[in-house]
Design a protein around this ligand. Structure first.
Ligand SMILES: Cc1cc2nc3c(=O)[nH]c(=O)nc-3n(C[C@H](O)[C@H](O)[C@H](O)COP(=O)(O)O)c2cc1C
Length: 188
């Protein structure tokens, strides 16, 4: 698949078949992700990978964590988490993407941008291989205690959880605005 087609055909998929994604394939996607631009070569991204066994353990662990279940809305938390754990059971694998916080705010902003570029590489590489993907900032997955439980360092912040697998339902294609509405040429 050429790059233009991968960019256009990447879609957020939320329904997956339950087919496992081998660790070697996840590693191949992450190796491509790591070719994102990175100022000062800080390579700030960290990838915490969950295969189906780890996803199963997470789906058992999450509902036992009262503070995570109750966050941010105690009234809706349990139902939302039940829906989430069903969705997780369909994934081939999941990658939690964090970046290592820099003390200098300028560097930190650059590092956040670099890690975001790595996520897009990951999504496009998955698309090019016919895989479904979804960038989720689900609050239970991004909760600081979930991150610690999964082994993320205390100096890391979360960009999201990337769901990967075989998509079962074609994802809708949300319209993009004509680019003329979002770009300006500097002619002055
Ligand atoms: C940083 C980030 C976080 C996102 N988090 C969520 C999320 O938690 N839930 C969700 O439904 N979509 C999430 N999305 C996906 C967007 O909803 C999706 O990209 C958008 O609807 C456009 O659809 P497309 O990805 O198929 O082009 C997120 C996207 C980004 C960039």
């Amino acid at each position: 698949m050429n790059v233009d087609l991968a960019i256009r055909s990447r879609r957020s998929s939320k329904q997956f078949s339950g087919v496992a994604l081998p660790r070697t394939e996840v590693d191949a996607l992450l190796e491509l992700a790591s070719w994102a631009p990175t100022h000062r070569m800080t390579q700030p991204w960290r990838f915490t990978c969950l295969d189906q066994a780890a996803l199963g353990r997470l789906a058992t662990w999450l509902p036992q964590q009262a503070d995570i279940v109750a966050f941010p809305d105690p009234a809706k938390g349990a139902a939302k988490l039940a829906k989430l754990t069903i969705m997780l059971s369909g994934l081939g694998a999941m990658v939690v993407v964090t970046w290592v916080r820099a003390t200098d705010p300028v560097v930190d902003l650059e590092d956040h941008a670099a890690a975001s570029a790595a996520v897009q590489n990951l999504l496009l590489a998955a698309t090019a291989r016919g895989l479904g993907s979804f960038w989720s900032t689900n609050q239970a997955l991004a909760h600081h205690r979930t991150l610690a439980h999964l082994g993320c360092g205390p100096d890391e912040a979360c960009l999201g959880a990337i769901w990967l697998g075989t998509a079962t339902a074609p994802a809708a294609t949300p319209d993009r605005l004509p680019i003329a509405e979002r770009r300006r040429w500097c002619d002055g």
